[in-house]
Write a protein that binds this ligand. Structure first.
Ligand code: NCD
Length: 307
């Protein structure tokens, strides 16, 4: 069901498809922790990152290596022929002939979709501007399934819902699971209307508020995000909303026992370090889950079924 397809947006996934990725990830977790697996021996994954990345780039690399495959890294655009004026389309055509799949992160929305139109091999969108980040969503869902539950889920998405691509992708996927979603953002960083309309069209229950304290005691999952400083056209506008939400232990007094706090990371100052020691903090385990989930995706996209 997956071989040779592109992974550009969560809108193209059904719930059954997501569940099959999460199930495979579960079975690959021992290999993600260092067990032997040679499923992708001889295969090559190309990494094209035109924006900073720690977790996404390195967990894709780890995933490929844990499956016995290898990676090619384009490195910064300044060191490639793009600095001579080569188009993204030509770059993709060329690298697509060297590798079995491509992972791309790019500051422009729509760039991963464009890449998929020129690539002979599967393209995985690792973040296109303020657009989408589907592989992050798959690991977020895996985290919720392991650390909480995807059934009857009450979740708050908090922070920069305008420019945050992780929450855009996650909102679409949560709708498939019938989650009750509360959107918490500063007034100027609300979830785009087009996404809210899509969610409402699916019958998803969506509430909106600007006050984090309104929801802290009512949710199973608090998914907090960084204000995306680099996307603001005007630095002064960023200053106005920087530090809008900061979670400390004092905010968690009335929280449900089973509340989990997630963050795609990097955090700036949204979560105080004192929260790391509480039972609610799962964000570092969440970043590890990127390895088994990306292993599952790669195995489904480029594996030939032979072990
Ligand atoms: C996120 C991203 O790049 O969108 N990071 C990640 O992939 N874990 C979130 C962010 O940068 O704030």
């Amino acid at each position: 069901m997956f071989a040779k397809r592109h992974v550009i947006s969560m809108r193209e996934f059904s719930r059954d498809e997501i569940d099959s990725v999460l199930d495979l990830a579960e079975s690959l977790e021992p290999s993600a922790r260092g067990g032997r697996c040679e499923a992708l021996r001889g295969k090559i994954l190309a990494l094209l990152f035109f924006e900073p990345s720690t977790r996404t780039r390195l967990s894709f690399e780890t995933a490929m290596m844990r499956l016995g495959g290898k990676t090619l890294n384009l490195g910064p655009a300044e060191g490639s022929a793009m600095a001579k004026g080569e188009s993204l389309a030509d770059t993709i055509r060329v690298i697509g002939a060297y590798a079995d799949a491509l992972v791309i992160r790019h500051p422009k929305e729509g760039s991963a979709r464009l890449a998929s139109q020129f690539s002979p091999v599967p393209v995985l969108n690792a973040g296109d501007g303020a657009g989408h980040h589907p592989t992050q969503t798959l690991l977020d869902l895996y985290t919720i399934r392991k650390e909480s539950s995807l059934d009857d889920l009450k979740i708050a998405l908090v922070g920069d819902l305008k420019y945050g691509r992780t929450v855009h992708s996650l909102a679409y996927a949560l709708a498939l699971y019938g989650a009750e979603i509360t959107l918490v953002s500063p007034p100027t960083l609300e979830m785009p209307d087009r996404i809210k309309a899509d969610l409402a069209g699916n019958g998803t229950i969506v509430r909106e508020t600007h006050a984090l304290d309104d929801v802290l005691d009512e949710v199973d999952v608090l998914y907090i995000t960084r204000i995306q400083k680099e996307r603001f056209p005007d630095p002064y506008e960023y200053q106005k909303v920087a530090r809008s939400y900061r979670i400390g232990t004092e905010n968690l007094e009335g929280a449900r026992d089973r509340l989990i706090i997630m963050h795609p990371l990097p955090r700036v100052d949204e979560i105080k370090p004192e929260v790391d020691e509480t039972r609610h903090a799962v964000y570092f385990r969440q970043s590890f889950y990127g390895v088994p989930v990306r292993m599952a995706l790669l195995k489904m996209l480029v594996g030939d079924g032979l072990e």
